[in-house]
Design a protein around this ligand. Structure first.
Ligand code: UDX
Length: 452
């Protein structure tokens, strides 16, 4: 919304939320999320044509176009639990809009929703109001960490609407908003259902690429092929392309897992078992990759990590974000905690509270389920301190700063043999080996211990 406001001085954008604390934070210099460049954009337009407020009803009355941008998490109970998306917040928004609106509105689904959600939204709006509503789908394709750039120069903007004169007019209105800064040929218009489904499919395809390369990384480790060389070799075929071929400890984030599970569920409910199974395999492969990493660590460290200190580098699901949702780190750490390892975590953006919340939400790790979890995990503000006396370092997030450390100093302070498990393939492995580290990386030729 800040980017819309920044590029469209004649449009007034009001972001509303029930949560006063969130709105206060958006109105302060301490924004509630970390995203490079976000503060600058917000600061440039806040109070001019961008406002943050809890005055939901007044804002609905005033608006011509309403973006519904609420979260649609995976359902945790009831029908489709663990797979289906929970769209109750979208429905609640529609009910509020219908109740409050004093004129016709364009309602835009910005949230990621199951295909044909617009139908339900439309019915709710229609049944509770006499005004005319057009529902559009306008999914968001930005990635965290590069959000501002993705929004300023999007590969495409997708707008779906009813193929009726009123629907096409609503599409044209939204196109005119984006046309303030996005070249017209990058604004794609489709029917409602294609737009809704495209978001799920885009994320499923991206996640599939990560799972595909990760599956091959396991084979590389058995054969001494090198996954980075394979990525380069296959990625230079322009039909395949070189993006999203970085092997890792597993993808995370708020979208991939949730959206594929949603796709899997939709296919299943439509009787498309083979299609559903096909996409589910992407998720299973990601689970396998995370498990495989933790298992490799334990096996390499002489089949036991009990009471061994392990430095965890990074907890966010990727670099340049403080977001921890579905981060691979949680799953790897959970497996290490089961082995009673002592974990020293360092992440430049993630707080201890946030980390424990993620543990609780994602895998139900609490002081109740894992006694002493609060003492087994130490959060550190200094990466060097995290490594003191540690038997191993596990790189979970590809933060650039990890590449700049003085690894001789790190090595000197660690227990020996000193292991590094690079879950992101970002460290200079040859140099580290020269220092004396035993280095294990994803899809790389494995060190062979020959001498006894
Ligand atoms: C994703 C989509 O990219 C974006 O279009 C959509 O709007 C939201 O979901 P995001 O979750 O922010 O964005 O991050 P993304 O950069 O896609 O990475 C997702 C996960 O895949 C991260 O954990 C990342 O580390 C991992 N990844 C990505 C890899 O492991 N290897 C890769 O080559 C690329």
């Amino acid at each position: 919304m800040a980017v819309i406001a920044a590029n469209s001085p004649r449009i007034k954008v009001t972001v509303v939320d029930l949560n006063q604390k969130q709105i206060d934070a958006w109105n302060s210099s301490n924004l509630p999320i970390y995203e490079p460049g976000l503060f600058e954009v917000v600061a440039s337009v806040r109070g001019k044509n961008l406002f943050f407020s809890t005055a939901i009803e007044e804002s609905i009355i005033e608006a011509d176009v309403i973006f519904v941008s609420v979260n649609t998490p995976t359902k945790i109970a009831g029908i489709g639990a663990g797979r289906a998306a929970d769209i109750k917040n979208c429905e609640l928004c529609a009910r509020t809009i219908a109740k409050v609106a004093t004129g016709d509105k364009i309602v835009v689904e910005k949230s990621t929703v199951p295909v044909r959600t617009a139908e339900s939204i439309k019915r709710v709006l229609k049944s509770a109001s006499t005004h005319k509503f057009q529902v559009l789908s306008n999914p968001e394709f930005l990635a965290e960490g590069t959000a501002i750039d993705d929004l300023q120069r999007p590969s495409r903007v997708l707008i779906g609407g009813e193929q009726t004169p009123a629907g096409l007019a609503a599409i044209a209105t939204l196109v005119s908003v984006y046309a303030n800064w996005v070249p017209r040929e990058r604004i794609l218009t489709t029917n409602l259902w294609s737009s809704e489904l495209s978001k799920l499919v885009a994320n499923a395809f991206l996640a599939q690429r990560v799972s595909s390369i990760n599956s091959i990384s396991a084979l590389c480790e058995q054969t001494d092929a090198d996954i980075d060389e394979i990525s380069r070799a296959i990625g230079s075929d322009h039909r395949i392309g070189d993006k999203f071929l970085r092997a890792s400890v597993g993808y995370g984030g708020s979208c991939f897992q949730k959206d594929i599970l949603n796709l899997v569920y939709i296919c299943e409910t439509m009787g498309l078992k083979e299609v559903s199974d096909y996409w589910h395999q992407v998720v299973l492969m990601n689970d396998y990759q995370k498990k495989r990493f933790a298992k490799k660590m334990v096996e390499t460290m002489f089949n036991t990590v009990t009471a061994k200190k392990i430095a965890i580098f990074g907890f966010a699901f990727k670099k340049d974000t403080g977001d921890t949702r579905e981060t691979a780190a949680v799953f790897v750490m959970r497996d290490l905690l089961e082995e009673k390892a002592l974990l020293n975590v360092y992440d430049p953006q993630v707080t201890r509270e946030q980390m424990f919340e993620e543990f609780k939400y994602t895998c139900n790790v609490t002081p109740h389920s894992v006694p002493n979890v609060e003492t087994l995990i130490t959060t550190m503000k200094d990466p060097y301190a995290a490594c003191e006396g540690a038997h191993a370092i596990a790189v979970m997030t590809e933060w650039d700063e990890f590449k700049t450390y003085d690894y001789q100093r790190v090595y000197d302070a660690m227990s020996k043999p000193a292991f590094i498990f690079d879950g992101r393939n970002i460290l200079p492995h040859a140099e580290l080996r020269k220092i004396g580290f035993e280095v294990y990386a994803i899809g790389k030729p494995q060190p062979r211990t020959t001498e006894v």
